[in-house]
Design a protein around this ligand. Sequence first.
Ligand SMILES: Cc1cc2nc3c(=O)[nH]c(=O)nc-3n(C[C@H](O)[C@H](O)[C@H](O)COP(=O)(O)OP(=O)(O)OC[C@H]3O[C@@H](n4cnc5c(N)ncnc54)[C@H](O)[C@@H]3O)c2cc1C
Ligand SMILES: *[C@@H]1O[C@H](CO)[C@@H](O)[C@H](O)[C@H]1NC(C)=O
Ligand SMILES: *[C@@H]1O[C@H](CO)[C@@H](O)[C@H](O)[C@H]1NC(C)=O
Ligand SMILES: *[C@@H]1O[C@H](CO)[C@@H](O)[C@H](O)[C@H]1NC(C)=O
Ligand SMILES: *[C@@H]1O[C@H](CO)[C@@H](O)[C@H](O)[C@H]1NC(C)=O
Length: 411
Amino acid sequence: MPESDLPIIIIGAGISGLSLAQYLRREKIPYHVFERDPSIDARPGGWGLTLHYGLPALEELLPPELYSRLNETNVNIEAVNDPGRYLFFDLKNGEAKYSLDFPKTGRLRVLRTKLRKLLTTGLDITWSKKLVEVRENPDSVTAIFEDGTTCEGRLIVGCDGSASRVRKYVYPTTYENQTVPVHFVGATVRYTPEQIRPALALDPYFFQGTHPETNVYLYFSVLNTPRNIGNDTDYYVAQAVVTWSYDKNIEIPENDAETVALIKQLTSNWASPFRELIEAIPEDAEIRRIHISDWYPTTSREHERVVVMGDAAHSMTMFRGEGGNNAVVDAHDFAKRVGHLLKQKDVPFEKIAAALRQYDEDILVRGRVSVINSRRACLDAHDYANLTDQSPLVARRVRADCNGTNGTNGN
Ligand SMILES: Cc1cc2nc3c(=O)[nH]c(=O)nc-3n(C[C@H](O)[C@H](O)[C@H](O)COP(=O)(O)OP(=O)(O)OC[C@H]3O[C@@H](n4cnc5c(N)ncnc54)[C@H](O)[C@@H]3O)c2cc1C
Ligand SMILES: *[C@@H]1O[C@H](CO)[C@@H](O)[C@H](O)[C@H]1NC(C)=O
Ligand SMILES: *[C@@H]1O[C@H](CO)[C@@H](O)[C@H](O)[C@H]1NC(C)=O
Ligand SMILES: *[C@@H]1O[C@H](CO)[C@@H](O)[C@H](O)[C@H]1NC(C)=O
Ligand SMILES: *[C@@H]1O[C@H](CO)[C@@H](O)[C@H](O)[C@H]1NC(C)=O
């Protein structure tokens, strides 16, 4: 088979992999997506993402009919005309310490699971395929899966998230993440309309805050409302996240009910309505503990036919909400650097390899700044006394490779 007929192998059906696959499908470049989960619905819960500087990139990658359906993935469809604000509270007195208006356009708060589902539309994806090994051949590359099957491709793009297997293959000496010393407990909670009303009055999507004395941090994010595309309910769903520094010497229990009890105790001195939002968490809520860590490459990529994208290429704490936006912009950078070469017949591989090195550079310049800012944001969230409006926790989100004047501003 001529090299150009071999597929681009995408490992991982997450935000970056699916965005890239939509572009390759549209441009009729052979591709195939392999995902370890058995189906798109395999993981319950999920979380909210604010798309800001990723939106223009997504618009250029997706077919227009798909992009125009993006609002269906909004976490709060009732608030589709409300851009929301970016609020940070003093959890002792309940007052907003920082409030930043979003631009009227160019921002969308989506449910990650709904966005992924929309992005799978029309794509060739094989599920239950966990990549375990990669083999490079003279003129191709082979992905090897846990079930013993293989696939030969032109390139492998590792879109396999923050614990990426592909990253380990291409950065064999430096792939290990760096711990950020913060404990994270997230609960996915059903709220009655009465329980959630005071929160929605603050912002229809999400808000955050820190208690100035304990430095315990809150992130509250609406995930679903009763009026819902195709599935109305009588309750709201939100993610309540409580985090604190390792310095406090308070470990997270392994047992969920004990963990719920602990976060209620840690937040019992919070002002209304923040305290009540945590008090309402039932003992049997779905609890998520996340090991907070980050990573960006500090050595050069080994293996010419294998690259990484999204969290696999630069994972960052979620305290600035930039990981998903970077993931989409990475896919756009790949399309820009490599797309036109993949469409031609008989392009010498050296040209593609050189374009891939430019892609590495594009995403490193942007991704590294996001990783560093997100780490600072995470540490500042637990250091109220030192928090200023210059902190990346509350400052405007801007693409690190742009000067901010060309419409790619977000916040
Ligand atoms: C609570 C929380 C809030 C966040 N908020 C925001 C926000 O507001 N804005 C924002 O921009 N970002 C946010 N993020 C970050 C964002 O979710 C990630 O950066 C984004 O999902 C990364 O996309 P990705 O494509 O790199 O990886 P993912 O979306 O993680 O997808 C990786 C995929 O690869 C699959 N996979 C893994 N290993 C293998 C393997 N070996 N073989 C095959 N498949 C594999 C996984 O199952 C998964 O489907 C948040 C994250 C969290 C946890
Ligand atoms: C979503 O809907 C809002 C309000 O109708 C509109 O301004 C915005 O452009 C839409 N966004 C997308 C991505 O379609
Ligand atoms: C980061 O490294 C730690 C310790 O090595 C490990 O337990 C954890 O799973 C890693 N996390 C990710 C997202 O890779
Ligand atoms: C509707 O939502 C509920 C609760 O999330 C879920 O159990 C149910 O399966 C959903 N129904 C459909 C048709 O999606
Ligand atoms: C504030 O930041 C400075 C410099 O990073 C640090 O030395 C100091 O300990 C911090 N203050 C508090 C109260 O943590």
